[in-house]
Design a protein around this ligand. Structure first.
Ligand SMILES: Cc1cc2nc3c(=O)[nH]c(=O)nc-3n(C[C@H](O)[C@H](O)[C@H](O)COP(=O)(O)OP(=O)(O)OC[C@H]3O[C@@H](n4cnc5c(N)ncnc54)[C@H](O)[C@@H]3O)c2cc1C
Length: 390
């Protein structure tokens, strides 16, 4: 008999998983997604900057993103549904800038890995950068790395169609909060809900985003994933640039990109504590003291800008190595994690949802081998090697 699967968290990753399970033939009637906030107003998916890149340093992350691009470009065909609209994809590319020999060398090393993996990334010395993007001040810059098949994509539409089609196929979405995991007999056997009801399951998957560590604790497990605030500012420039702005990763840590006729910037705050996932308090000093000065010195046209809107969201940051934690827990049979995406989960939703579905349906990965993301590495203290984290 097919196993009963409970997915804790129904945002983009939980809904990708639910849809892929049905696609791989798991009976939809055996799949329940439990979601504490069916408006999805406060999850990371709602606050994402929604970009995808190929510029990772680990070939597995590159392959995960390559499948993401394939999925974006052929979403309707993948879903096999004529109602599904094309996914908007603005391929302005990411541009990493290096201002020291060590950073330039890191870009060179990563670019070699990317090209070997089939990604279209090119290195640009300062003169070539100035020709291609004359709006930058480049006196301190030694090298840039610019990619293709990278940029903004409409992740919200993907999420909505995964959820809608999973429901239409018969997956149950339950508006409830998981408050406990039943671990009787040394394995995950189901969940307890805030209502007091219990839901029996053969497999429980923790897809709770920024609340992933608390769901793991319910199962007696430690997951080193913390909610960390990330700030986004959307602004208008008095003198707009005369060509598309790549998603520029400045050596200061500030990043900025085109957002239609506007621009969008963000940065990792210097002070970056774990916070309550319900804390959305802003901090204008980060804009005033870090982001705007860095923008104005890198792109002088941005000396005259006006912020139109801003928001705070949370990364589910894996403090061990800032990468996904995906797979079964050897300590607790029947318990699975799909979490810790650390700021690149939107683009990874297609491949990670598919991979977890393969693991649950077939007992092993059949397309991309996601074993290096296994939770075992947490217990063993083995970091996943990825140099390109934002
Ligand atoms: C500011 C910002 C910018 C970002 N930019 C990018 C980007 O450019 N590209 C990219 O790829 N990624 C980006 N990300 C990351 C990306 O948005 C996330 O990795 C992704 O959305 C994670 O999706 P998720 O479904 O795993 O988690 P979430 O979206 O956080 O969803 C988790 C769900 O679980 C539910 N839940 C939690 N606990 C329980 C419980 N106990 N019971 C029931 N339900 C529960 C929550 O209500 C929520 O709906 C960004 C994130 C932020 C915050």
């Amino acid at each position: 008999m097919a196993q009963r699967i409970v997915i804790v968290g129904g945002a983009i990753m939980g809904s990708s998983l639910a849809w892929w399970l049905t696609e791989l033939g798991h009976p939809p009637g055996k799949i329940t997604v439990v979601e504490r906030d069916p408006t999805y107003a406060e999850c990371a998916t709602a606050f994402s900057n929604s970009c995808i890149r190929q510029q990772f340093s680990n070939p597995l992350n590159i392959a995960v993103s390559q499948f993401g691009v394939e999925c974006i470009r052929s979403f309707g065909a993948l879903m096999g549904d004529a109602r599904v609209p094309p996914i908007q994809f603005d391929t302005f590319g990411y541009l990493y800038l290096a201002d020291t020999p060590a950073r330039a060398e890191a870009l060179r090393r990563a670019q070699a890995v990317q090209v070997a993996a089939g990604a279209r990334t090119r290195l640009l010395e300062r003169d070539a950068l100035a020709d291609a993007f004359p709006f930058y001040a480049l006196d301190d810059i030694l090298l840039g790395s610019h990619g293709q098949d990278e940029g903004y994509f409409d992740g919200t539409t993907m999420f909505e169609w995964w959820r809608r089609c999973a429901r239409e196929r018969g997956v149950t979405y339950l508006a409830e909060t998981v408050t406990g995991i039943d671990t009787g007999g040394g394995r995950a056997r189901g969940v307890t809900l805030a209502s007091g009801d219990r839901l029996a399951a053969d497999a429980v998957v923790n897809v709770a985003g920024t609340r992933g560590a608390s769901v793991a604790r319910m199962a007696g497990l430690d997951l080193p994933v913390e909610p960390r605030k990330r700030y986004t500012w959307v602004f208008e420039a008095a003198r707009p640039l005369d060509r598309p702005l790549p998603l520029t990763i400045d050596p200061s840590g500030v990043h900025v990109r085109q957002d239609g006729a506007l621009y969008m910037a963000g940065a990792t705050p210097d002070d970056d504590p774990a916070v309550d996932p319900a804390d959305f308090g802003g901090d204008w000093s980060i804009w005033e003291e870090k982001v705007w000065p860095a923008l104005a010195s890198r792109i002088p046209a941005f000396e005259e800008i006006r912020v139109r809107r801003s928001w705070v969201g949370h990364y589910d940051l894996n403090t061990l190595d800032r990468n996904a934690v995906v797979g079964a827990h050897r300590e607790l049979p029947g318990f699975y994690t799909l979490n810790g995406f650390s700021g690149h989960g939107l683009q990874q939703a297609p491949a990670m949802g598919r991979g977890m579905a393969e693991l649950l349906v077939h007992g092993r990965y059949r397309t991309l081998d996601l074993t290096p993301f296994s939770p075992d590495r947490i217990a063993d203290g083995r970091a996943f090697a990825e140099a390109a984290v934002i």
